[in-house]
Design a protein around this ligand. Sequence first.
Ligand SMILES: [Zn+2]
Length: 252
Amino acid sequence: MRLVTVGTGTVVPDPDRGSACHWIEEGGTLVLLDCGAGALPGLARADLPWGRIDYLVISHFHVDHIGEIPSLIFALRHALAEPRTEPLAIWGPEGTQGLFDALAAAFGTWLLQPGFPVTVREISIGGVYGLGELTLKATKTPHTPESVALRLEGGGVSLGYTGDTGPSDDLAKFFRGVDLLLAECSLPEELVGDNHLSPERLAEIATAAEASRLAVTHVYPQLGRLDVPELLRAAGYEGEITMVTDGLEMIV
Ligand SMILES: [Zn+2]
């Protein structure tokens, strides 16, 4: 499985980082995970075949994770040399259908009828879904009413994605044994509150889950000034740590 961290920033404007967006590829299956501001130029810079994505999966409805979806669908409709005919399946937490109905009401019916088939599916906690050559599962996270963390498996490996989350004992169980955990790590412990992770809280989850590798994303400037890998190690995490940047490729 191939991961490209297309957008590794937060809501804070950053000349080097877009908001959340990640590319996942397993065999011929192409998945875009979240689609925040900067996703489209990020995909273009990384030279990824964004016109061929099969699935768009969203973790929650904060705009730094979904704000560029209308632009993505507009580009799929108008910016491809060959008009797209392949279906696009959109998966998200409870409320996703209502979100897309509202986006279509605001921007136009093309958003759900862009000239190729679009389906919107809501993920149930505990469900296991086939996305081409991948399987998808979700669990609730303490962040927004709908927010979920995701687990994708395929090709004999597994990738966990926290989306945005506060600390949760369930997450360690959900991510048990993942080969790579793509995790938010927002703020230092003294600033973090209960709906995001600090290095200390992330280290606890990743250690309990026995995740062998950690890809750290969604770091706010207040934390980015510190040595995050050192804080994760000091808090007990012993696996491999990568502070991901926009356009970085990792093989899971
Ligand atoms: Zn969020």
